[in-house]
Write a protein that binds this ligand. Structure first.
Ligand SMILES: [Zn+2]
Length: 415
């Protein structure tokens, strides 16, 4: 019998990197925290980064090194906020809004989210899976290697669990890492006159079942006049914390409820949108290390001119992340680079802040600070090779994605 031996770990050496942004730098400024290394090199073993630094310090002279020809490398992007498992579209709403009808008026006549809930409930599991797969592929082309996906279009116990099961089956296929979040989106129409019954069902049945079946790691809630009250949201999130979920909240988006301060004090990983966040909310986020997830295309697509208080968030040292908010109603956006650019031009982030927001800070918003969004020894070798020789050029472009190659766990899977 031939002797057997353990397979040699697969090793790859990558050179020809004009600048590698590790997102692992230290220092007070965002530019320092990019952790840029000029003329960099990477060593990858078994899908993990085992060495990273300047090429002239490379501990090997591997003749089979991959030469990228002088391009920028940065961590695989992390999209910390999507709603990408849904059926149907909202093109008719888009057309009506463009004619001047308000979002509220469209919702009142049964459009808006109800259109998506109806189509999602009616779609088979296979259809939802195929739609999710196609959307994940589009994000992968854009360099996104870690994606958070929320439920929230089922609005019944079984339909919410079914949406989470589809997310689980997508996660099992790879190559992206998915983070499944159970979103309490709005009060279902069936419970409009008995809200407390739905809140009890969520706390006593939906959350425990999702936990027992390991279908979600995070729970999110939409606290807004059209959705859950601050009191309802607090009750649901406290049950979620008790069951061991990480928590987050869509809050301070359309109005200043102040619930963000409560959610932060309960240990929320992130708060989303925040266009109307008060100083009190920002102070609570700073105290708890809660990340601000900014979603510029959601407000721009709705023609809403409100902007999150970026200067105050920066001043308070709240980490800012950026997501696509990919969803059929307010942000049918497949382009994280567009979000990053608009975060600069419309919200006032610097390009370095935006790039951190698309990687390291987005990973923090998901509780994945150690394993995503940064290139360092021990982290998965998930990275983007950019069509750029200088990092300052990455977000300079509209409708132009600077992605030449996408690598997941040390393998080139696009480009
Ligand atoms: Zn959202």
């Amino acid at each position: 019998m031939a002797p057997t031996s353990a397979p040699r770990p697969e090793t790859r050496v990558v050179v020809g990197i004009s600048t590698v942004l590790t997102m692992d730098g230290t220092g007070a400024s965002a530019e320092e925290r990019l952790g840029a290394i000029d003329d960099g090199a990477l060593v990858i073993e078994d899908g993990l980064v085992t060495w990273i630094g300047p090429r002239d310090a490379l501990p090997t002279t591997d003749k089979s090194a991959v030469d990228l020809g002088g391009r920028v490398v940065l961590p695989g992007l992390v999209d910390p906020h999507t709603h990408l498992v849904f059926a149907g579209d909202r093109a008719k709403d888009f057309e009506a809004r463009s004619r001047g009808e308000s979002y509220a008026s469209i919702a009142a006549r049964g459009g808006g989210i109800r259109t998506t809930v109806h189509a999602t409930r009616a779609a088979s599991r296979e259809t939802l899976h195929a739609l999710g797969r196609e959307r994940l592929a589009r994000l992968l082309e854009a360099g996104v290697t870690t994606v958070e996906i929320k439920s929230g279009y089922g609005l019944s116990i079984d339909d919410e669990l079914r949406q989470l099961e589809v997310i689980s089956s997508l996660a099992a296929e790879g190559p992206q890492r998915l983070v499944p979040t159970l979103l309490l989106h709005i009060i279902p129409d069936e419970y409009r006159d008995s809200r407390a019954t739905w809140v009890d069902l969520v706390r006593q049945e939906l959350l425990p079942r999702a936990r027992a079946q390991n279908l979600a790691s995070h729970v999110d809630i939409f606290c807004e006049t059209s959705a859950f009250t601050a009191k309802e949201a607090q009750a649901i999130l406290s049950t979620a914390v008790g069951l061991g979920f990480e928590i987050k909240a869509h809050t301070e988006q359309l109005s200043a409820s102040g619930f963000g301060a409560t959610a932060a004090s309960m240990g929320a990983l992130s708060l989303e949108h925040l266009e109307h966040a008060s100083d009190e909310v920002i102070a609570a986020m700073a105290a708890s290390g809660t990340v601000a997830v900014l979603l510029p295309t959601a407000s721009i697509f709705l023609g809403d001119s409100a902007k999150p208080p970026v200067a105050a968030l920066r001043e308070a040292r709240v980490s800012m992340a950026i997501g696509t908010d990919l969803n059929p109603g307010s942000s049918p956006n497949f382009d994280p680079w567009l979000s990053g650019t608009l975060a600069c031009t419309w919200y006032g982030l610097t390009p370095a802040e935006s790039l951190l927001g698309m990687t390291a800070h987005a990973a923090m918003a998901l509780g994945l600070a150690e394993t995503a969004g940064r290139l360092r020894v021990g982290a998965p070798a998930d990275f983007v090779v950019a069509h750029a020789s200088r990092w300052e050029a990455l977000l300079y472009g509209l409708g132009h994605r600077p992605v030449a190659e996408v690598w997941c766990a040390g393998r080139k899977i696009r480009g």
